[in-house]
Ligand binder design. Sequence first.
Ligand code: NG1
Ligand code: MG
Length: 516
Amino acid sequence: MSASQELVPQTESITEVYATDDASVNSVAPEHQQRWTNLITKFDKEYNHRPDFVARSPGRVNIIGEHIDYSLYDVLPTAVSVDVIMAVKVVPAGPSGTTVKIANVAPEKFPAREFSVPHDTDIEIDPKKHEWVNYFKAGLLGALKFLRKENAGSLVPVSMEILVDGNVPPGGGISSSAAFVCASALAVMKANNHNVSKQDLLDLAVVSERAVGVYSGGMDQAASIFSKRGFLLYTQFFPQFRAQHIPIPKATDEITFLMAQSFVTSNKAETAPRHYNLRVAEVTLAAVILAASFGLTLPKDNSSLGYSLRNFHEQLMTKEERLHDPLEYQIDSVIQAVQDVLTKEEGYTREEMAKLLEISVAELESKFLSSFPVQAERFLLRQRALHVYKEARRVLDFKACLAKASQLDDKRIRYLGQLLNESQESCRTSYDCSAPEVDEICAIARRAGTWGSRLTGAGWGGCTVHMLPQGKVEAVTTALRNEYYLKKFPDMSEEKLKQAMVISKPSNGSFVIFGA
Ligand code: NG1
Ligand code: MG
């Protein structure tokens, strides 16, 4: 690790900032001031008093390392400046129990709700009913589970009045869900007088998001909580979570990251059985089948379904190799193993997989395909595993290149761009998580001068990220505007066009604001 790449202290509490001019304390950044003031005013109107505090958590952009967090490989995201801010007033729980009143600054889209919170059981969430408050309930569930454990079961959670303002585009691939769930969990912890550490908030937010029906990997919540302005967040999940702030080196023409929405929305909660959760099942099955073919037994790990491709990698290596070979070499030999063992390009049926594992189809289904719904006839184990290992290797190469010099020369920058383009190609062909619109955006952007362009987030639509010289921003945004947005949506307003393409400035993670 180079000196400028700092390891993040995980036990650190969530930062607190104050809405004040007092220079001796951490104060609200100018970009937050206006939305903060607006939120407080509206809160006052809605509930007739001011809130006690505001909990905030941002969306994220993933620079590289797509769909590998749940296989326990390292990823490189960072927080963006759009976020969810949530004003909260604590109300002592009355004789009728604990209640939550929650409203949104956009009530037409997100109508106000009120519900009661059971004291000794978990709150119920129906992931099939796609309601905005589900994401709050998910954060609440995770936070109360944690608090109940800390209080040895006896907890009377406070009642809360809440007003939410979020400007992370939903279904847009920059993780509105993690921003929402992390802000909610943080709000509940703070309301119940608990100064939560970043690590605890991460652990409970990951569990929370699973309550909305998605077997998420943890990258989004990590980026939303741990990021630091101006840095990328190198995030590791194996053997346990660790994060490092990585500076972006200087270059002759300033390196810029541009995010461009495709406006093809993929609601993960709805499409998960065919997309996201199916991929989680496929990589898990790939791991256990690879292990079985080498006569290896995988110990359980902390991935969604308990067995990850990282786990297989670690078991395959001899102790010497693990100790002495750089991770890059190790991954190369695992790639060879996949090529030798998972030979069926056309994919595997349930019967074929059961046979390879020497179990019945019923057993296979109950072990790997029953914790969440999955719809598929064939499972493309070879392609999915190859994507994961090659993408994991690209992340290592990308990080190593960033660490090599404080000033990046042209050759290195082109190499970083190439890694991003290869990532996109692999998402498109091997992982099948791109979309024609996303491919088109990337092609237009590259022609107009980006070094590298790819999808970011879960994909199947959503958002793209581009690495480009500052001097090309104008050319690239103009090309996207004329060749993609105005062609596909001729009536698109200037306002919407502005939201469609945003320069992503690596931003700070979650914090709590006082001083209303
Ligand atoms: P999105 O759908 O963009 O929030 C998802 C997962 C991540 C990661 C990426 C793909 C959740 C909350 N997030 O992101 O953990 O797996 O896809 O790299 O499920
Ligand atoms: Mg999400």
